[in-house]
Write a protein of this length. Sequence first.
Length: 161
Amino acid sequence: MTAKKGTQKSAKSTSAIGKASKGFTDEERAAMKEYLQEKKAAARRRGRASKEDGESDVLAKIAAMPQPDRAMAERLHAIIKASAPALSPKTWYGMPAYAKDDKVVCFFQSAQKFKTRYATFGFSDKANLDEGAMWPTAFALTELTAAEEARIAALVKKAVS
């Protein structure tokens, strides 16, 4: 008996539907570059870094956002500062974020940044939001009404508790 030789196929990475993976999007690469720039700036500021530096960086990122994300980010900034004054504003992958002991607790992701249909307000694993075996860590935002603002304020307070 002779064994048939099998043909080898290329070991290219493919997605679930069989298309070749292209890796990171341009927006994801830009966010990673921003993160590296943030790390370099933080290293240069060591010993001189202050909450005001982070605040000015976050306000600059918010000011650069197109509407309606800018209005949401401005309002979120005010809600977070009022709800959890212990959090320090900082940029994180080019997004406004808020940290406790230099660890990001929550962040705002503009819809335009990654060309999505909604903005995102999210929490990291450092947030104290645990509820049983499953809980939400990110929320889609299309607008901020009084109800959403109240819920966000409560979540931020709980996250830093």
